[in-house]
Design a protein around this ligand. Structure first.
Ligand code: HGY
Ligand code: MN
Ligand code: MN
Ligand code: MN
Length: 417
């Protein structure tokens, strides 16, 4: 199998050290339930970023970070004129995140750098590992913000101006943790990009597959909805005279659920963020802000779901005397990955004898935007029960090692092309 011979013989990753790295970095933002709360650009994020620099430099890498705080750990190749073969993912988490989402991709890439360093295996291209800022989009919407700037989907100015729900600006938080770099985000040629990630769904585990050969990512749209009614006294306001924004919102949440079910089997719809104002026991709520996340492998289905949601909102508004605004804040069309990279992953899995299957990602990843600027694909491994974005998220050590080994071979394969 090409990419699996030459100096250092049959190089593989040190799975034990990789697992130890996962447990060590889980300390930064550890929650009592065994998960991680490491929101982007917080003190916990700074701690893991500092760890990333120390650890990659100890492996002989040069570590830099750009104007969006994206971190790059580069191992030199024999031909410095060549752009790097890159691996990447993210170290930021959801508020009640797990130890593996994004983390497996960054630490798996680090295990690849360690295997190359310790075996002395040379590569023609530099090999580089990227930690992307704000992949989750939980604190600053949208998700994959910094890989989006890198790929030219968002401008740096609009990204830096994003604010979180407390009104904190992205740029101020980035400067606050000391990771606003000088290199302009995107001025960084790349030869290919591979992202290792847990599937975050149930398929690989159910089918007892070790590797998911990811062929693409489904389409996603995010909306922000504001429902305006009228604050009123819970005791003295007759039901017929109310403009209750939370009751209207409940109808719209039900609409998201039924619209997604009506567009089965691929469609999903989620209301995850909700702010009820004034949020007082004895006040009829006059204003509600909430998020809507619609996804499907087929972009045309998402458009139809959006139309259905908008008409449901118009009906609720007229029936209940509410004012409802729906703002599309993110549109990430479905993406197909690069066939050559996909084939390298397939052959790498095969050369280890790992059971594998093709799969389309339900979750968004930085690879979505990297696919727009360089040959890109992803490698999935199973996670327990398909559970993710949950403190109980877990994966088998052997699967994590397998994923990193496939990543290593796919990178070596790309290096020889
Ligand atoms: O939303 C997503 O799919 C990813 O976890 N950011
Ligand atoms: Mn992720
Ligand atoms: Mn995630
Ligand atoms: Mn991701």
């Amino acid at each position: 199998m090409s990419g699996f011979d030459g100096i250092g013989g049959n190089v593989t990753v040190d799975g034990g050290k990789l697992w130890a790295d996962i447990l060590e970095t889980a300390r930064f933002g550890a929650t009592p339930k065994g998960g991680i709360r490491r929101l982007t650009l917080t003190e916990e994020d700074r701690q893991v970023r500092d760890w990333f620099i120390r650890t990659c430099e100890a492996l002989g890498c040069v570590v830099t970070f750009d104007s969006m705080g994206n971190q790059f750990a580069r191992r030199a190749g024999t031909d410095p004129s060549l752009p790097p073969i890159t691996m990447g993912s993210h170290l930021d988490t959801q508020p009640t995140g797990g130890k593996f989402d994004g983390i497996v991709g960054v630490l798996g890439g680090l295990a690849v750098l360690r295997a190359l360093h310790e075996s002395g295996r040379e590569t023609r291209h530099p090999v580089e590992l990227i930690n992307w800022t704000n992949e989750e989009g939980s604190r600053f919407a949208p998700a994959m913000l910094s890989s989006g700037v890198f790929a030219g989907v968002f401008t740096e100015e609009e990204a830096l101006a994003k604010t979180d729900r407390d009104g904190v600006r992205f740029e101020d938080a980035l400067v606050g943790i000391g990771y606003r770099g000088a290199e302009r985000c995107g001025d960084h040629p790349i030869a290919a990009y591979f992202e290792l990630h847990i599937e975050q769904g149930p398929i690989l585990e159910a089918e007892r597959k070790t590797i998911g050969v990811v062929t693409g990512v489904q389409g996603m749209r995010w909306y922000e909805v504001t429902v305006i009614g009228r604050d009123g006294h819970a005791g003295a306001t007759p039901m017929a005279l109310r403009a209750d924004a939370l009751v209207g919102t409940a109808k719209l949440i039900e609409a998201v659920q039924s619209i997604a079910l009506k567009h089965a089997p691929g469609a999903v719809g989620t209301v995850g963020l909700l702010e009820n104002r004034p949020n007082s026991r004895n006040v009829v709520p006059g204003e509600v802000f909430f998020s809507v996340d619609l996804r499907d492998p087929d972009d045309a289905v998402i458009v139809r779901m959006e139309e259905a949601f908008r008409s449901a909102a118009a009906q609720v508004a007229s029936e209940s005397g509410l004012e409802i605004t729906i703002k599309l804040v993110w549109d990430s069309p479905a993406v197909r990955f690069d066939p050559t990279c996909i084939d390298a992953v397939r052959r790498a899995a095969d050369s280890f004898g790992y059971p594998a299957r093709d799969i389309v990602s339900g979750a968004g990843h930085d690879a979505v935007y990297m696919a727009g600027v360089t040959p890109t694909t992803m490698i999935f491994i199973p996670c327990a029960g398909g559970v993710s974005h949950n403190e109980e998220e877990s994966a088998e050590a052997d699967d994590v090692t397998a994923g990193a080994n496939v990543l290593l071979r796919a990178v070596l394969d790309a290096d020889e092309r």
